[in-house]
Design a binder for this molecule. Structure first.
Ligand code: ACO
Length: 324
């Protein structure tokens, strides 16, 4: 038994902030952001709009595309680092919205790799016969943990959600997933506040001090190395050559990292689903956003071989090789 992707969905909030808008708020330029990252605009959640609000839109679209009803969902795994509440977890909150009562529902907190981790877990439950209609979600409101006074990071992130439905199948859909993490790199990309550690209040603004801290060029170097090894690992595990890959669906953090992965696979950029320009780094939402974009605009077709990869804080990283 295998699992296959039965339907995909995604959602971006209405508010669009372009690089030119950011030029007015901080010492940056459209040219710097575009050439360093490929990002042109990002979407930000409306005041009061939460991670689960966005995830619900994406999930309903994926459920509709899969031709199932919300009540048929029997497993929910939700990748996010920006949960609505401390608990219940986002998976369970989403479950209540969908009315898929009683099935397992939970979140995984592995930053930008959250969706790949979630997909890997759901795949194993479907393969084991314990889930027949699994909902896999990646959604984030990164704008809420972005330090808007730090141009090094503020220009990079955005909000959004993506989802897919996995169903059992006799022929291989998800061929393999590979997950990795290495906590020794924690100081290169992190948020220094948390429930247990505590939140500091900035006396100047009287606001809680919560913001992403990143050693950008160090993250860049490790990401290229680890992701390069991850794509090699995915192909080797399946005895496949680079030429077998139809589409690379990478984590949408930086066009230069994505370009390095395409080069490693000898893939022209036309065979990469690129959405970073439209929404920036949406962490766990970025891979399913790109996947849904490629599916809905007709580029990704049934039978195509997809290589999904992501890298994020921790560091955590991983891949999924998928026959769509
Ligand atoms: N506008 C203008 N100038 C800026 C900006 C900005 N927004 N931000 C930084 N600069 C300046 C810096 O101050 C520096 O100036 P200096 O040379 O006078 O000191 C200069 O630009 C170069 O800065 P670098 O950090 O060396 O720029 P770099 O080319 O490395 O690009 C970037 C920075 C885009 C962050 C890149 O390193 C990167 O993409 N890293 C990887 C990020 C990533 O992939 N993260 C993935 C995981 S994210 C997650 O898990 C949440």
């Amino acid at each position: 038994m295998y699992s296959r992707i039965a339907g995909t969905g995604s959602y971006l909030p209405d508010q669009v902030v372009t690089n030119f808008d950011l030029e007015k708020r901080m010492d940056t330029t459209d040219e710097w952001i575009r050439t360093r990252t490929g990002i042109e605009r990002r979407h930000l959640a409306a005041p009061g709009q939460t991670t689960v609000d966005m995830a619900e839109h994406a999930a309903r679209r994926a459920i509709e595309a899969a031709g199932v009803t919300p009540a048929e969902i029997d497993f929910i795994v939700f990748g996010t680092t920006t949960p609505d509440l401390v608990f219940p977890n986002c998976g369970t909150l989403l479950q209540a919205r969908l009315g898929a009562r009683g099935c397992p529902a939970f979140s995984v907190e592995t930053a930008c790799s959250g969706f790949i981790y979630a997909l890997s877990i759901a795949d194993k439950f479907v393969k084991a016969g314990e889930a027949k209609c699994a909902l896999v979600v990646g959604a984030e409101t990164l704008s809420r943990i972005t330090d808007w006074n730090d141009r090094n990071t503020a220009v990079l992130f955005g909000d959004g959600a993506g989802a897919l439905v996995l169903k059992p199948t006799a022929e291989a859909g998800i061929l393999s997933t590979h997950l990795h993490s290495d906590g020794e790199y924690k100081d290169l990309l992190y948020v220094e506040s948390g429930v247990s550690r505590g939140f500091e209040v900035d006396p100047a603004t009287n606001k809680v001090n919560i913001g992403i801290k990143m050693a950008g060029s160090e993250v860049f170097k490790v990401a290229v190395t680890k992701l390069g090894a991850a794509v090699d690992e995915a192909l080797a595990a399946n005895g496949l050559e680079k030429s077998a890959v139809d589409w690379l669906i990478p984590h949408q953090a930086n066009i230069r990292i994505i370009g390095a992965m395409a080069k490693r696979l000898d893939l022209p950029m036309e065979k990469v689903i690129l959405t970073v320009q439209d929404h920036g780094n949406t962490s766990a939402a970025s891979v399913p956003l790109a996947l849904d974009t490629g599916v809905r605009d007709g580029r990704i077709k049934r039978g195509d071989l997809l290589l999904l990869e992501a890298f994020g804080g921790g560091f955590t990283w991983g891949s999924a090789l998928v026959r769509f």
